[in-house]
Write a protein that binds this ligand. Structure first.
Ligand SMILES: [Zn+2]
Ligand SMILES: [Zn+2]
Length: 108
């Protein structure tokens, strides 16, 4: 006797447990546990953690997309503003220069 109480898998009563899930503290056989980020967890906890991670990743992705959209809008606004101010400066040169010469040529 090694002193340890024998545990059987929570899902397979006839099988000897090889690992204890750190999340739910239940014993499982080799088939029922999976190594996940350096920890051995049962499939139920893995699924639970997986969905939570997916939700967090989705939330992060949503925030990232929102940030990208905001950045894109800010950039578009800046470009539009810059283009607008550039266009405001152009006509004076345009009228004094090329456009005026063009008009003169037309009259002659
Ligand atoms: Zn578990
Ligand atoms: Zn099992």
């Amino acid at each position: 006797m090694n002193g340890f109480p024998r545990h059987n898998c929570q899902l397979h009563r006839e099988r000897e447990a090889v690992a204890r899930c750190p999340s739910c503290k239940r014993f499982f056989c080799r088939e029922c546990v999976t190594e996940h980020e350096g920890r051995v967890v049962c499939s139920a906890c893995l699924r639970k953690e997986g969905t939570e991670e997916n939700r967090a990743a989705w939330k992060l992705g949503g925030a990232w997309r929102a940030a990208q959209v905001a950045a894109g809008l800010a950039l578009a606004w800046l470009a539009f503003y810059w283009l607008g101010s550039a266009l405001v400066n152009i006509p004076s040169d345009f009228h004094d220069g090329v456009y005026w010469e063009f008009q003169q040529e037309w009259r002659d």
